[in-house]
Design a protein around this ligand. Structure first.
Ligand code: THG
Length: 608
């Protein structure tokens, strides 16, 4: 029976604390392999494997269904502190073999025992620039490769403090599974501190939004930092909103610091009471114990798991984007989701000048203004002819990741720029955009990036013949994009946001007189055939070439009718959209006639 099969029968129980147990064994520096290695628990699998085996045995005796390998810190970037970086693969593999051997002694067909490869957060926070994405990914890769080759049944990526750490680990996972042509279940578990967010300030909803798109992640949950009591609200959030089973592994209460040593006071009975509530009332699927928990706690939990079932959950999944701090849904009531347009070198002179001057700190100010103006997300484009766009994106993203509270829409035509941005972003981004101008070419580059980093994507209704003009053609391209994105690249309809693009009505060009109307009607067609897909428009495009006042009026009236047709999101100058009732009757009617091509007047003849 596999871990996921076992999970279908009853709640499963992880083991308790490794550190607490090892401390209780009063190991000498000799046991650790010498003074210089004292405290390196991961080296014990080599210097004193019996000590590690005893931890495993005691928790298996206590009834744990899953034991964790002694590899919490076996990534090279942690082991380097003991000069053991080159042993990351070997120690991880040896730890896996050891745990599997002990587990096998206790495993039976009625009660199979599993080994989870423990992957800790390391000591580095990529969102604070401690390490780059590629270096962190590589370090996790060797650790995970050792664990997989040593035979673990699943990975438990735990105690995550920075979602970007998790994304590095998940990228390593994807690479490893592809390389070994084999896949095992993955648990992604974050740590919510006593202040109610992750160390980097991430709310549970933002963490869930960022992690939920990774389809190979089997469970999402939380562990460490606090006891179950402090976790309750966030566990409930996961139970109500996560499409995946919930994992929960609290400490034995909030630690009390006594003379520099953490003491944990939650009794096995109290732990059992809380976990019963989490499983039976909230629907948690996998439980266990983190810091300070002992065999006694696990014994309680394993007896509990024999007698109760996880409550059936009724999940409301809200597709969303997220910054490192919080999530914003891809649809709002009332519509639209406002995407601020001004962090764009093509769309704002002020922003362009700041990028040209490399005053990236001040560019953050343009983002902050839009936050104040009530935007829900921000479009970000740093393209400028003759400049290194990857570098500008890197410098901007390093700041925007932690200094902008709203989710970002990465607006670039260049694949390396998109990937650079995604590697620096802890939240869940939206990529702007794909189209079919060169057939599938662009999708073949961008969609694998969206999958790898968990992003949503905007799709423009452009094909080999150019930007579609009629509603039918826009709809046909959208359907083609849905088919390829979903069936070939594994995207979900919920990850796709269609932009039915309008030409400006400000050129006076006869060819484009029906442009805005066709754009609006195409939205209606897409939303009615594919209600899970979202729609978006760059609203200001409709009025290019007109004077500022006419632009405001036309933009606002156009937006109004697009929303009526089902528009979910709008890229706009967040401070300048006027509600219809604020526009005088005459202006409103003029704009409406322009949009629906009900012109009753003769065009002014151009002078010969
Ligand atoms: N669809 C998608 N993405 C897009 C667009 C779209 N991204 C870019 C653009 N179109 C949306 N962004 C803008 C940003 C600014 C303006 C228009 C669209 C704009 N700016 C003023 C001008 O140029 O006159 C203000 C200039 C200034 O402040 O200096 O109109 O359609 N998916």
């Amino acid at each position: 029976m596999t871990f996921l099969e076992a999970l279908r029968h009853r709640p499963l129980v992880f083991d308790g604390a490794t550190g607490t147990h090892l401390q209780g064994q009063h190991l000498t520096s000799e046991d650790f392999g010498g003074e210089h290695l004292a405290g390196c628990n991961e080296y014990l699998v080599r210097s004193k494997p019996d000590a590690v085996a005893l931890v495993h045995k005691d928790y298996l005796e206590a009834g744990a269904d899953v034991i964790e390998t002694d590899t919490f810190g076996s990534a090279s970037i942690v082991l380097v502190e003991y000069d053991l970086a080159s042993l990351a693969y070997d120690l991880s593999k040896e730890a896996a073999i050891l745990a599997k051997k002990v587990a096998a002694d206790y495993s039976s067909s009625v009660k199979p025992r599993f080994v989870a490869g423990s992957i800790g957060p390391t000591t580095k926070l990529p969102s604070l620039g401690h390490i780059g994405f590629d270096d962190m990914r590589e370090s996790f890769y060797s650790q995970m490769a050792g664990l997989l080759d040593g035979g673990v049944d699943l990975f438990c990526i735990e105690t995550c403090q920075d979602i970007l750490q998790m994304k590095c680990a998940l990228a390593a996972c994807q690479d490893l599974f592809a390389e070994r042509k084999r896949q095992i279940p993955v648990i992604a578990s974050v740590t919510i501190e006593t202040m109610g967010t992750m160390l980097m300030g991430t709310e549970i909803g933002a963490a869930l939004t960022a992690l939920e798109p990774f389809d190979f992640v089997s469970l999402i949950g939380m562990n460490c930092a606090t006891g179950p009591k402090e976790m309750e609200e966030n566990v409930r959030y996961l139970a109500q909103n996560s499409t995946k089973p919930v994992f929960c592994m609290p400490n034995a209460g909030l630690p009390e610091n006594i003379g520099g040593v953490a003491h944990y006071h939650l009794t096995p009975e109290e732990m059992e009471k809380w976990m019963k509530h989490f499983v039976a009332d909230l629907g948690v699927s996998v439980i266990g114990g983190c810091c300070g928990t002992t065999q006694k706690h696990i014994k309680r939990l394993s007896s509990l798991a024999e007698t109760i079932t996880s409550k059936e959950r009724h999940v409301t999944w809200t597709p969303a984007a997220a910054s490192i701090y919080s999530a914003s849904p891809l649809a709002q009531e009332p519509a639209p989701v406002i995407v601020g347009e001004r962090c764009n070198t093509n769309g704002s002179k002020k922003f362009r000048d700041l990028i040209l001057a490399e005053d990236y700190e001040a560019a953050v100010g343009v983002a902050r203004e839009q936050v104040k103006e009530g935007a829900h997300m921000l479009d970000l484009c740093v393209a400028y002819v003759g400049r290194d766009e990857v570098r500008d994106m890197r410098e901007v993203m390093k700041l925007f990741n932690t200094q902008v509270t709203l989710p970002l829409v990465i607006d670039s035509t260049e694949y390396p720029v998109i990937e650079e941005a995604l590697k620096l972003y802890a939240g869940r981004a939206i990529v702007n955009s794909i189209n079919m101008e060169d057939g599938e070419e662009r999708m073949a580059h961008v969609l694998p990036l969206c999958k790898r980093y968990g992003a949503a994507v905007i799709a423009l209704t452009i094909d080999e013949q150019g930007m579609a003009k009629s509603r039918e053609k826009k709809f046909e391209i959208a359907e083609r994009i849905i088919d390829i994105s979903v069936n070939k690249y594994g995207m979900r309809e919920e990850d796709l946001i269609f932009d039915t693009l309008t030409f400006t009505l400000g050129s006076g060009d006869d060819e484009f007189r029906k442009s805005a109307m066709e754009t609006i009607e195409a939205i209606r067609m897409i939303k009615s055939a594919h209600p899970k897909c979202k729609t978006i428009l760059g609203v200001s495009n409709v009025s290019f070439g007109l004077n500022p006042h006419s632009r405001h009026v036309l933009n606002s009236v156009f937006l109004h009718y697009a929303i009526e047709a089902g528009l979910d999101m709008a890229i706009v100058h967040s401070g300048k959209i006027m509600p219809l009732h604020k526009i005088d009757e005459k202006g409103r009617e003029l704009a409406r006639k322009l949009i629906f091509d009900e012109r009753e007047w003769e065009p002014v003849k151009k002078a010969a």
